[in-house]
Design a protein around this ligand. Structure first.
Ligand code: PGA
Ligand code: ZN
Length: 431
């Protein structure tokens, strides 16, 4: 039974309002959760309720979502006999009554769902990952550090959103983090040496203006070498170009185009854009490519999966939106071989786990992710370990809202001791 439920408008890492929920169970166990927010969001994501009052926070306030938690949601839940997480989440979904959580807000609903998971963990005296799935041993993930930011996450001329390094040839999570952060520092020194800007973007990676998108990859490879590691052997690359942001739908039945609007303005057909990725994969040690094609270009995604789906991991983010129904359609149409997992794209812990289980049954990998607007909440660290996803992306070597997740994983690693196993290169599909 829930005995108290409150919410508060707090701030995310971009200084935008977000929802925090605090929940107490009968017996006194408590749970707190904060929800993150994306910038390059998928069109079919659950709806984040914003106040749209231009006089406050540029319309981004979440006071209505807070009122929904403390009003309607609290009224429906307080004192009720709740069987488990799924029971709570199904009640929240039914109470909202819309397919995309637009009435009460996915931000209101998810805050309650996550806070409940934490309170259950506290009541059972378990760490959160064990509350989510109780196992005798766990997999610790390869952290994919987004060390160079572009696209919507940075005010530079780089078109592609995320250039990540994955230190997979390590004996442990903590050694992998060390290798990655040493490379992050080597990259900073390299950028300085070349006279490039070393300020960081939304996810804590550097955001320099570059001569080309290819130069971003070449700088990463050089930095890996400078840090004393072998590209491809010790540390490989993962990319999220967030292609939905580059895609322009065609008019009146015409095919759409991909446009590099931040740099050259060059346009690509779907086939040409896929060829670009094929040539990058042939040229560079890339083991994972997320959103290489746009969410509204399913034929392009099919072609892309045919070309690269048996070579590397292809992750669907915007196209699947952590939604089990959409993922099922993607599986049926042979799109991607991995799904990005973002709790707030779907809006409850239970539906997130439904998507994970659907992926597992169909041999799709799961890549767990933060959002570009984050908080100090570290739920995704525990979730990654709980589901055995083997890899996650949660920022770079700077900005404490990102580092908080790595620090939580370091704690989990120590706590698990010999019951925790580092995933290594096997975490990536086809490796
Ligand atoms: P977002 O971007 O959090 O801004 O949506 C992250 C991603 O595209 O993976
Ligand atoms: Zn993405």
């Amino acid at each position: 039974k829930i005995t108290s439920l409150t919410a508060l408008q707090v701030l995310d890492s971009r200084g935008n309002p977000t929802v925090e929920a605090d929940l107490t169970l009968e017996g006194g166990a408590t749970g707190r959760a904060l929800v993150p927010a994306g910038a390059s969001t998928g069109e079919k994501e659950a709806v984040e309720l914003r106040d749209n009052d231009p006089m406050r926070y540029g319309g981004k306030g979440v006071l209505h979502a807070v009122v929904n938690v403390e009003g309607e949601i609290a009224k429906a839940l307080l004192g009720q006999d709740l069987a488990d997480q799924a029971d709570l989440d199904h009640r929240l979904i039914a109470l909202d009554g819309t397919p995309n959580k637009s009435r009460l807000g996915a931000n209101a609903i998810l805050a309650v769902s996550m806070a409940y998971a934490r309170a259950l963990a506290a009541a059972n005296g378990k760490p959160l990952y064990r509350q989510l799935t109780d196992q005798t041993s766990y997999v610790l993930p390869v952290p994919c550090l987004n060390v160079l930011n572009g696209g919507r996450h940075a005010d530079n001329n780089v078109d592609f959103q995320e250039f990540m390094i994955a230190s997979h040839n390590a004996p442990s999570f903590s050694e992998s983090i060390r290798m990655s952060v040493e490379t992050f520092h080597a990259l900073k020194a390299l950028l300085k040496q070349k006279g490039y800007y070393t300020g960081v973007g939304d996810e804590g990676g550097f955001a320099p203006n570059l001569k080309s998108n290819e130069e971003a990859v070449e700088l990463l490879l050089e930095a890996i070498g400078h840090a004393g590691f072998r590209p491809g052997h010790d540390i490989s690359l993962c990319l999220d170009p967030a292609a939905s942001e580059l895609y322009e739908a065609g008019e009146a039945g015409q095919p759409g185009r991909y446009r590099l609007f931040k740099s050259t303005g060059q346009c690509y057909t779907s086939e040409q854009f896929n060829e670009l990725w094929v040539s990058w994969v042939n040229q560079y040690p890339i083991v994972l490519l997320e959103d290489g094609m746009g969410e509204n270009d399913w034929p392009g995604w099919q072609l892309h999966t045919k070309s690269l789906g048996s070579k590397i991991e292809l992750v669907g983010d915007d196209i699947f939106c952590t939604n089990p129904a959409i993922l099922q359609a993607g599986i049926d149409q042979h799109i991607a071989n991995s799904v990005l997992i973002k709790l707030n794209q779907i809006g409850t812990v239970t539906e997130t786990l439904d998507t994970v289980h659907l992926a597992q049954r169909n041999h799709y990998n799961q890549f767990v992710s933060h959002r570009s607007g984050e908080t100090e909440d570290t739920f995704v660290a525990d979730l990654t370990v709980a589901i055995g996803a083997g890899h996650l992306k949660t920022g770079s070597g700077s900005r404490s809202e990102r580092i908080a997740k790595f620090n939580q994983l370091l704690r989990i690693e120590r706590e698990l001791g010999s019951a925790g196993h580092f995933a290594g290169i096997k975490a990536f599909k086809n490796q």
